[in-house]
Ligand binder design. Sequence first.
Ligand code: APR
Length: 232
Amino acid sequence: MKNIVVLSGAGISAESGIRTFRDMGGLWEEYDVMEVASPQAWESNPDLVMRFYNDRRKQLKEVKPNRAHKALAELEKHFNVKIVTQNVDNLHERAGSTDILHLHGELTKSRSQIDSSLIYNIEGWELKFGDKCELGSQLRPHIVWFGEEVPELDNAIPIMNKADILIIVGTSLNVYPAAGLVNYIPDNCKVFVVDPNSVAGNLNSRCEFITKNAGEGLPELAERLINNFNNE
Ligand code: APR
């Protein structure tokens, strides 16, 4: 089976009702991202950061995967599909995809402040002050904040290296190192970009741009791939 790698971003979840980052003039759900998504913010205003992520988690319970997430799950019947997502939501999982690497963390998890390998599921939607890891330190959202390392990058590169087909969907490719992953695909990899707007990044002429919303463009692309590519 051919290897399809999907690099997804906020746009794939837009039609589920979760806002993207860069279409709101730098605001994310009414907040300046640096006020809620940085280690400095956690240091200077932990209440706000905690409340912000609790709200995102609560919102996650109210939204559902859309046609785009489902189309990717469906592709697993025909291809070896690996999803590398920048999203912290769990909509790929809930749509049925089984192989997902979260580059920027996961909303539904918390982690220790003193040992980043200690990661826990958050039951319900609320993380609280006083929730501690087994070493006794306050738990923080399991999110890669601006300025922090992206530990999963090392696991994402070998996935990119083996792609026969890369689908880039719903990401502006503005944020590094995630955006740089497109440089790790083999020379003969076919690349599709599904996004209603133009994206940054040095995507070359091998790329086919599908300028549609993910909910429309991805099911169409999936059908095309199933009909044309899986027996080659
Ligand atoms: N379908 C497909 N794409 C869409 C849709 C849609 N319905 N609506 C918007 N988009 C596209 C936008 O055109 C844009 O190119 O989704 C992209 C969203 O880009 P960003 O908001 O920059 O999100 P993303 O690329 O995922 O951001 C990367 O930045 O803030 C950090 O850590 C955060 O993971 C995030 C990272």
